[in-house]
Design a protein around this ligand. Structure first.
Ligand code: KG4
Ligand code: ZN
Length: 340
């Protein structure tokens, strides 16, 4: 089968063609960074307008690159939520129209399930697995039993991790997009320069909080001279180290909890935009290894939003008989554990 995957939930217009043998025939990603950079953050209305302007061109490029026409596509899938309503409506309407006109089956995909199943596309990771999903809008531990079957183990009570990266980056004057640029600057800094708060690490549950950490970064910023580039780099590096420590502590707890409840669980998957951070990848991989589990990350280019993960998830749902009607609504809020 050849599957078209359409992603437009935030600020990337992405369309991919994936086949059922796990080949990514095309994965076009059109970033809107140059638009949102001026405002130091994503402006939902501008994001939606840009999706409208470029979605057909992105689709054309994806089909051309994969060397097929729309008639050779067997299944159309699109992100239906969670995300920004304007962008979701653009991608969803585009997908439904193609499905209607070309008489193809349609699958509405939860964006978080897209992140969750990416390593099944790239590494054929077997169920069940423990998932740490770290993106710009979500930060959560799940136990994944199968397609459409997610147990929420705990997650952030305030900011998502990507959001915390973006806000700290903005506070120290790092250009949008904050997360990846903060990682670059952190490479030049001393990670032991500052000691920041690690909220909730003493609590035995799997909840996380980043707002107290943000405040403690703010306090340091008030005391230090930010014009000094090395200070910025030291703050970035110390922040990143603190995040790695918080995630490591909670990840060990999540592994122990899963071990207690599930027999023979072996796989740990870490995905979402923040999982493209090389520093965190190394730290978390070591932690998982120490716990004698196998750790999987999507390749860096498939950690952030992309159509390939939506195409693949559409295929997995289709193979499980989960096909949708064309009246499926856009859902700005859509918990992963909610079965639909
Ligand atoms: O998964 P994603 O592309 O979109 C959402 O579903 O939210 O994640 C985007 C988030 C942004 O907050 C971005 O700053 C963060 O992922 N991010 C990073 C890195 N690359 C992207 N954060 C830290 N280090 C990175 N290298
Ligand atoms: Zn995402």
């Amino acid at each position: 089968m050849k599957i078209l995957g359409i992603e437009s939930s935030c600020d990337d217009t992405s369309i991919a063609v994936v086949d059922s043998k796990r080949n990514i025939l095309a994965n076009e990603v059109l970033s809107q960074n140059d638009i949102h950079m001026l405002y130091k953050g994503v402006v939902p209305e501008l994001a939606a307008r840009s999706h409208v302007s470029y979605i057909d061109l992105t689709c054309k490029k994806a089909l051309e690159k994969s060397g097929i026409t729309i008639d050779n596509i067997d299944l159309i899938s699109a992100t239906a939520g969670p995300g920004l309503i304007g962008g979701l409506l653009v991608g969803l309407t585009f997908a439904k129209t193609l499905a209607q006109v070309k008489n193809k089956p349609f699958v509405a995909v939860n964006h978080l399930e897209g992140h969750a199943l990416t390593t099944r596309l790239t590494d054929n990771v077997k169920f069940p697995f423990l998932l740490l999903l770290v993106s710009g809008g979500h930060t959560n531990f799940y136990f994944v039993k199968s397609v459409n079957n997610y147990l929420n183990l705990g997650g952030t009570l305030d900011d998502a991790l990507g959001e915390a990266f973006d806000k700290v980056a903005k506070m120290i004057g790092i250009e949008f997009p904050g997360g990846p640029n903060l990682e670059k600057i952190a490479k030049k800094g001393n990670e032991n320069a500052f000691l920041f708060a690690k909220p909730l690490i003493d609590k035995p549950d799997l909840n996380l909080s980043f707002s107290g950490l943000k405040t403690s970064v703010m306090q340091i910023i008030r005391e230090e001279k930010l014009q000094d580039l090395s200070v910025k780099a030291n703050i970035a590096a110390s922040f990143q180290k603190t995040i790695a420590e918080i995630l490591s502590i909670k990840l060990v707890r999540a592994i122990d909890k899963s071990d207690r409840n599930i027999q023979n669980f072996k796989n740990v998957v870490i995905s979402g935009g923040v999982a493209s951070n090389e520093y965190l990848r190394i730290k978390l991989k070591n932690i998982v290894k120490e716990k004698n589990k196998d750790c999987f990350f999507p390749p860096v280019n498939l950690c952030t939003d992309n159509g390939a993960m939506i195409a693949w998830t559409g295929y997995e749902r289709y193979m499980n008989g989960l096909i949708n009607n064309l009246d499926f609504p856009a859902k700005p809020r859509w918990p992963l554990e909610e079965r639909k």
